[in-house]
Design a protein around this ligand. Structure first.
Ligand SMILES: O=P(O)(O)OC[C@H]1O[C@H](O[C@H]2O[C@H](CO)[C@@H](O)[C@H](O)[C@H]2O)[C@H](O)[C@@H](O)[C@@H]1O
Ligand SMILES: O=c1ccn([C@@H]2O[C@H](COP(=O)(O)OP(=O)(O)O)[C@@H](O)[C@H]2O)c(=O)[nH]1
Length: 463
């Protein structure tokens, strides 16, 4: 996050709001509750903020007990971490998160075609945004800053501002979108696009990862709502709403500290020994169609076909973190990927060699940093992606090796990293194959030159 924003948040109370809390709560056999970190880029991008700023974080705790006593136990367990649970009925939470947010809104924001709109999930989306507005309006005092995150809560700024006005309180509301914002032609395919835009336009400031996403938003507001653009602000009805580009980052120190640990060094040694004759290409993605995993597998297959001398000498280690498993499209994608991995391994494996190592699970942070550190290349093939923090994390762990970052030109991160990466179009399988070849055969000098540019960006852009 930008310095200007940082300096202002330290002076006033800050309330962060996201659909899910960064901690997921689980009930243990003895009736108590334990919490563990949720995965995904939103949590990563905000984790650095905890070092510098005190704030309360509101969100769904991932479970919905009905009994007040159970809710109180969860409240207390999370309260110790300044996290405040927003309780939602399970069925409602499901229709909001899976039904509207991830089956209708997410694909629209990522330019997927054939999205089927349905009133039922939309009603649930509105209801959940209202529940969040009730919680925050109760908690927020006059001077507080409310910082809302992501597409699950686009109506919240308007609903919250209305409630605060009834309480005769001013509201200072920031909204950060972590996904792309599509061109107005794509946005308007959604029958409720206007309501969503009106929701966002009740913010004080709306932030995007890239200038293109910001411009798309401004254009949508102009075309769909007749709003007026004034410099970087938007005039809608009687309010002037600021917009801005705020580049999220990671906390590189966290990776450096972990890499220094004895157990991680031992694991790095073990992996280096295992792959001493073999180049390692690493992929780390949530199992989501936007990450272009099928294209990645086809691109790798093409590379092995185009360059038979590499067969037996290069391995793709692909971590695919399970995600949104209640949504049909994600279930189908998992089946498709498992089949494709099997097919490619069947085609190129030898008794002593398997080209793709597929890990369909979340892995511990120590293992992740060890893998980032030993990989000769990181291959990220998103068809669309708000930012992609894995690209930053790989660079943070490459101080020794100066590996190659092969990055789709459709990931938000590519806007900032273009100079140092090997870029390619993710739907162009031949081009991807050539990018892999280029990365694997690049001289140490060229790798170092590129790494230095990327390292500078990742280490400067830490919030
Ligand atoms: O919470 P999930 O449904 O499991 O999804 C995980 C996160 O996915 C999305 O992440 C986005 O935010 C990242 C950080 O800004 C960005 O780098 C990435 O490109 C985006 O896809 C989603 O927007 C988050 O809300 C989810 O938590
Ligand atoms: O097993 C894993 C592997 C990765 N990640 C993290 O998930 C985040 C993915 O963020 P990114 O912005 O790349 O994409 P998103 O999943 O948010 O779309 C990164 O911080 C990874 O370190 C994780 O939590 N568990």
């Amino acid at each position: 996050m930008p310095n200007a924003e940082q300096s202002s948040v330290t002076k006033r109370n800050l309330i962060v709001v996201s659909n899910r809390l960064p901690l997921s709560v689980k009930r243990t056999e003895d009736g108590s509750y334990t919490s563990s970190m949720s995965s995904g880029g939103l949590v990563t991008s905000l984790s650095g903020l905890t070092k510098t700023t005190e704030f309360r974080w509101f969100g769904w705790p991932g479970m919905s007990p009905q009994e007040p006593a159970e809710q109180e136990k969860i409240r207390q367990s999370l309260g110790a971490h300044n996290a405040i649970p927003v309780f939602l009925d399970e069925e409602l939470a499901n229709r909001h998160y899976n039904g509207f947010s991830n089956q209708i809104l997410w694909p629209t924001l990522h330019y997927q075609s054939g999205v089927a709109f349905d009133d039922g999930p939309w009603e649930a989306y509105k209801k959940v945004n209202e529940i969040f507005a009730d919680y925050i309006a109760d908690a927020a005092q006059e001077e507080d800053l409310v910082w809302v995150h992501d597409y699950h809560l686009m109506l919240l700024p308007r609903l919250l501002r209305e409630r605060m006005a009834k309480k005769k309180r001013q509201a200072c509301i920031g909204f950060s979108l972590h996904t792309p914002f599509p061109a107005s032609e794509a946005m308007r395919t959604l029958p409720v696009a206007k309501e969503l835009l009106q929701g966002l336009l009740s913010s004080t400031l709306v932030g995007f990862h890239t200038e293109d996403y910001r411009l798309n938003f401004v254009e949508s507001c102009q075309y769909l709502l007749n709003a007026r653009a004034q410099d970087s602000s938007i005039l809608y009805k009687d309010r002037l709403v600021k917009t801005g580009r705020f580049t999220v980052g990671i906390d590189p120190e966290k990776f450096n500290d972990t890499l220094r640990k004895g157990e991680v060094q031992a694991r790095i040694k073990q992996l280096n020994e295992r792959y001493k004759e073999i180049k390692v290409i690493l992929g780390v993605d949530r199992l989501d169609y936007i990450k272009g995993l099928t294209q990645k597998l086809h691109g790798f297959e093409q590379f092995l076909t185009d360059n038979p001398r590499w067969q037996g000498k290069v391995v793709l280690v692909q971590v695919a973190v399970p995600s949104r498993e209640d949504v049909k499209e994600y279930q189908e994608l998992e089946t498709q990927i498992s089949c494709l991995v099997g097919k490619i391994n069947g085609k190129f494996s030898q008794p002593e060699y398997t080209p793709i190592v597929y890990l369909h699970r979340s892995i511990p942070f120590t293992e992740l940093t060890a893998l980032y550190s030993i990989a000769d290349m990181c291959l990220l093939t998103s068809s669309r992606d708000g930012m992609n923090l894995v690209a930053f994390e790989y660079i943070a762990c490459q101080e020794q090796r100066h590996g190659v970052l092969a990055l789709s030109e459709f990931a938000g991160a590519s806007v900032f990293m273009a100079e140092g990466t090997v870029a390619f179009h993710p739907a162009n399988i031949k081009e991807m194959s050539q990018a892999i070849n280029k990365g694997l055969t690049m001289s140490r000098d060229e790798r170092t030159e590129r790494y230095k540019k990327l390292e500078r960006f990742v280490n400067r852009n830490t919030r």
